[in-house]
Design a protein around this ligand. Sequence first.
Ligand SMILES: [Fe+2]
Ligand SMILES: [Fe+2]
Length: 197
Amino acid sequence: MSQLHTPQAGDDRAVDDDVVGLLMRQHGDIRNLFDEVEASQGDARRDAFRRLVRLLAVHETAEEEVVHPFARRATAGGEGVVEDRLAEERAAKEALAALDGMDTDDPQFLPRLKALRTDVQEHARAEERYEFTHIRRSTDTAGLAAMARAVKAAESMAPTRPHPGVRSGAANMALGPVAAVVDRTRDAVRRALGKAD
Ligand SMILES: [Fe+2]
Ligand SMILES: [Fe+2]
């Protein structure tokens, strides 16, 4: 059976082997977590927000380490497209770190979260449109799978669901603030790519 790079929603095996499918699923998970933070309050909001912070930090770091360098080399006009995406990611990480220091019950929290959400979603749409489609076209199945392995190594640090029976505070403190999540994710991705430094 020939292998097409067109995973269906919910087809985890196909997504596991395809870096584009995997990153698009993460874009969906990020959208859902924004919904969850906005719809909850108190401890539930704090917990959902911790998961959002972690997934966003892990996702953007994995893209910076895995797909942007590839798109820069392998796609026509890749240089400019990637520079724009990197600038958006830097801005998102700064906004995320600022929000991360805020009380989720602060009246300023929701307006700032919504502003970040708008930026993050525009950024994701630009990636899907200008970068991911070209990556699919210019990469074979083995290349997509190799990049997917590196993104999955990063993803293992960002559970999107709360752990049953584990107090969320302790579980979520384990990786520390945004900068620490980014550093550890980068190490995990580089190890998976065989580039341990
Ligand atoms: Fe990104
Ligand atoms: Fe992304």
